[in-house]
Design a protein around this ligand. Structure first.
Ligand code: FES
Length: 145
């Protein structure tokens, strides 16, 4: 039921780990299954993503989509990284089974949360970026899970 690319990224995930003193960090939870994803971004002075790492307490599809998503944002500017949507990641993986589509959102949302963190720290605006709704490192609002 999974494509070869999904199996490859699940079995040999790229960019697993963490970055100390990351330029931006985002943690999100998946409302559907309760799984958790954290993304770390290292961004240089030209707003280029130099390095990216992820950690997840999530399913195989979440691992594969995060692995692919991190590969896709590496080397891009923060603005270009906005084009790495869950749809783009799924296409790059040759598709996911429909019941697993929500898993691919975890990677996109965690990247957005990390970009948001970076933008806030640096007082910049990233076009099209909205405050992440499911950033579970921020418990101020009552969110429905
Ligand atoms: Fe939770 Fe896939 S089932 S992320």
């Amino acid at each position: 039921m999974y494509t070869e690319k999904v199996m490859d990224h699940f079995q040999n995930p790229r960019n697993v780990g963490e970055i100390e003193n990351a330029s931006g960090m985002g943690t999100v939870g998946n409302a559907k299954c309760g799984d958790i994803m954290r993304i770390y971004l290292d961004i240089d002075e030209n707003q280029v993503i130099r390095d990216v790492k992820f950690k997840t307490f999530g399913c195989g599809a979440a691992v594969a989509t995060s692995s692919m998503a991190t590969e896709m944002v590496k080397g891009k500017t923060v603005q270009e990284a906005m084009e790495v949507t869950n749809k783009a990641v799924m296409e790059a993986l040759d598709g996911l089974p429909p019941v697993k589509v929500h898993c691919s959102l975890l990677a996109e949302e965690a990247i957005h949360a990390a970009l948001w963190d970076y933008a806030e720290k640096n007082g910049i605006t990233i076009e099209g970026l909205e405050k992440p709704k499911t950033d579970i490192s921020d418990h101020e609002e009552d969110e429905e899970y």
